[in-house]
Design a protein around this ligand. Sequence first.
Ligand code: CP
Length: 309
Amino acid sequence: MLKHLLQLSDLSHAQIESLILRANELGKHVNTKESSNNVAALLFYENSTRTRVSFELAAHQLGIKAINLDIHTSSVKKDESMIDTLHTLAAMGCQYFVIRHSESDILEKIVSDLAHTKLTSQCHFINAGDGHHAHPTQGLLDMLTIYQEKNYSQESIDFSRLSVGILGDSVHSRVAKSDIAALKTLGCKDIRLIGPEAWILPAMEGVSCHTNYADETILEGLDVIITLRVQKERMAHLDVGLLNEYIQHYQLTPQRLKYAKPDAIVMHPGPINRGIEISSEVADGPQSRILKQVHNGVLMRMAVLEAMT
Ligand code: CP
């Protein structure tokens, strides 16, 4: 029996021996096939509510243990590298690594640096949002939401008849890039980026750019409007003049929403800046599907984890 464990000089030879023999015995059982593929480490180097909690709930639903590493109290604060942290967690049995980071492309770099190691052959890496590069599970849950709202009766998914507007700061948005990639793959032919020139992605194939807020046809015919968070935290310098101009000319208000189709749905990945990119009336209004997206986040993350098992 052990009441407390404060220092080893408090323990007798028998107590130490008993612990060593017991741990050795446990080691013969815990590394079995049944106990593997069963632990997900959530490493959020950048803040999150939706993604982190939904991955935790998704893992729970699938019987996978989710370990939330609190970066601020972890050895990361003692300068442990991410690669060493990953090896450490893998040595404790983690097979899934769900990682959010402020640095773009960091997941690709890690997977490439670790290529042909035990870590990549035995573990799965999931990008939970890296800088302004990509947020694939958000892109997938957004597609699920559009499918449920606009494409449900069809057996195979085909977005070729849909018009989707992506409104706001697409240049700093990882969600916009993931949504565009998925929309194009699913056949969407009318993807409109809308916003001030300074915040809009450069023109790309299959995507039109609209920077003239006075053009009332910008929102005309849209089935889906994805509003984006103004990513203040990813801007080297927030131009307050531009922000005010944005609020005045681009904010999705009930008046502007009227230009889209009457049954258009409004989406936003969250967290929302009420009164900046979207008015509360629209965010909480009948066309908003923002909370449906949140609900779908758990389902899509379950589907992603399940696809890896
Ligand atoms: N949409 C999204 O990634 O939200 P969180 O930052 O709360 O995870």
